[in-house]
Design a protein around this ligand. Structure first.
Ligand SMILES: Cc1cc2nc3c(=O)[nH]c(=O)nc-3n(C[C@H](O)[C@H](O)[C@H](O)COP(=O)(O)OP(=O)(O)OC[C@H]3O[C@@H](n4cnc5c(N)ncnc54)[C@H](O)[C@@H]3O)c2cc1C
Length: 452
């Protein structure tokens, strides 16, 4: 008899697990209350990167004189942008839906919850469907965190779900939160010409990142005229007519035409019946082991609700590993996800990407490392692109030469990090990078140089 696998939530975690498990022979039912593709397609990764790509083209158009072209005054058409985002989302959503149905996944449009350790109830518009399960995956994602002092109205005060695209282009936006999501918004809105004030609760933007990397971004934000309120925590937000005022705990007030909350997310686990089914939660998250199992061996959790790295790429990887584990496949290499080795990117200007061990973490733990750093300008391609800002930094083990991590700041960093991600995952040595005969002229040559 086929394994009955019921999945609640059709984002990257849920739909990847569904596809792989069905391919491996499971009888899969996927319950999704909104659209397959999840928040990742609807509000997060796809709309954000679509608008950032347009913003990038716009800011590039301002600097084309260096390439011998006369300046074009590019203007944003917000309605065309809205249609472009909707078209991409629709395309991706139908792609995922087709893939799931081609693998024989049963899709139920409704809200899922547990009725017992082996039962899921799917509440649709017309009925409640009872599903028996040998294995269950909770992949319900997360939603923006809204503090009690702010009331987003979708017009002047926005959450991250209301800003890609915004209802109108703000004249002066106050962004609250300077993590990855916050700085991507700052980058996008300044590319379109908006004034921005950024509230930074610590002394550096991107507090979790390498200080040198964060400094490179701060320089560019200051160059764009962004006002940084460092060491300030927002604690009150007033809307008066067409103005907003964000009051900070140090007495400063950031004034603007709009405000955006980018202060993290909370897990979607309420109303799922987890506790009554015997599943342990922690602050709403479902703690998991290295196989993504909850305290009940047949109940898995993946994606943002699992409290691991909140990235679409990580959610998909967890989904694939779970499918293999449910189907009893244990023979593959790289059986467990090593979250420390997940690559991540920040789609700002300069673009930022990193993977593996960070220099600051190595120093903090007293680990001996070799750090090599090369500016982008070392690669002819950077000069050809008329964009020489940025650097590649590689962290390796001084005794063995094994690549432990790296950071890239500059154009196409998110693509280039793949080389270092592969090196870190496969325990390659710096010499493996040096000995690869790369195409010329490319930005990858800066990578090879940094590996020397
Ligand atoms: C602005 C922004 C930009 C981002 N950009 C990137 C990026 O560039 N790259 C990247 O890797 N990550 C990015 N992320 C993070 C990424 O979006 C999330 O990590 C990813 O969506 C998590 O996937 P998931 O499958 O856990 O959840 P989701 O994508 O949130 O999907 C969960 C699904 O579960 C459904 N659901 C919830 N409860 C129920 C229920 N009871 N019954 C049925 N269905 C239910 C929801 O409707 C939803 O479709 C970004 C996040 C934000 C906020």
């Amino acid at each position: 008899m086929a394994v009955k696998f019921v999945i609640i939530g059709g984002g990257p975690a849920g739909n990847t697990a569904a596809t792989y498990a069905a391919r491996l022979g499971a009888e899969v039912t996927l319950v999704e209350r909104d659209v397959v593709g999840g928040a990742a397609h609807l509000w997060d990764c796809i709309p954000s990167k679509t608008m950032i790509a347009t913003g990038g083209a716009m800011s590039f158009s301002r600097r084309i004189e260096g390439m011998g072209l006369s300046h074009q005054d590019a203007r944003l058409d917000l309605e065309v942008q809205r249609a472009r985002i909707a078209e991409i989302e629709h395309h991706l959503q139908s792609q995922v839906t087709q893939l799931l149905s081609s693998q024989g996944v049963r899709m139920i449009s409704g809200s899922g919850r547990l009725a017992g350790p082996h039962q899921v109830l799917a509440d649709t518009a017309t009925e409640s469907i009872e599903l028996d399960a040998d294995a269950i995956l909770i992949a319900t994602g997360s939603r923006p965190r809204i503090p009690d002092w702010a009331q987003p109205d979708g017009k002047r005060v926005l959450t991250t779900r209301q800003a890609y695209p915004p209802p109108e282009m703000p004249e002066h936006l106050v962004v609250i939160g300077s993590g990855v999501t916050g700085v991507e918004f700052v980058h996008m809105f300044t590319s379109f010409g908006a004034k921005v004030t950024l509230i930074v609760s610590r002394q550096q933007v991107l507090p979790a990142k390498d200080p040198e990397v964060a400094a490179a971004l701060e320089d560019e934000l200051l160059r764009r005229g962004v006002r940084l309120f460092k060491g300030a925590r927002a604690e009150k937000l007033d809307i008066t007519g067409d103005k907003v005022e964000v009051h900070c705990d140090d007495g400063r007030i950031a004034k603007g035409s709009h405000a955006l909350l980018a202060i993290g997310s909370i897990p979607n686990s309420d109303g799922l019946g987890l506790e009554s089914a015997g599943i342990v939660t922690d602050g709403g998250y479902v703690p998991i082991n290295h196989h993504c199992q909850s305290n009940l061996a047949h109940v898995y959790a993946a994606g943002d609700v699992s409290g691991k790295l909140p990235l679409s790429s990580v959610a998909s990887m967890q989904g694939r590993k779970i499918a293999e584990h449910v189907m009893g496949i244990h023979s593959r290499e790289h059986r467990h996800i090593d979250y420390e080795k997940a690559a991540s990117a920040i789609f700002t200007e300069p673009e930022i990407a990193d993977v593996g061990l960070a220099e600051a973490d190595a120093f903090a733990s007293g680990r001996k490392i070799r750090v090599t750093k090369v500016p982008y300008a070392a690669a002819a391609k950077a000069m050809i692109n008329d964009d020489t800002g940025g650097f590649v930094k590689i962290i390796s083990d001084p005794a063995t030469g094994v690549v432990l991590g790296g950071s890239i700041v500059g154009r196409h960093a998110a693509e280039l990090i793949s080389v270092l991600a592969l090196a870190v995952t496969a325990n390659l040595k710096v010499t493996d990078i040096v000995e690869s005969c790369l195409a010329h002229p490319t930005l990858s040559e800066a990578l090879a140089e940094a590996a020397e």
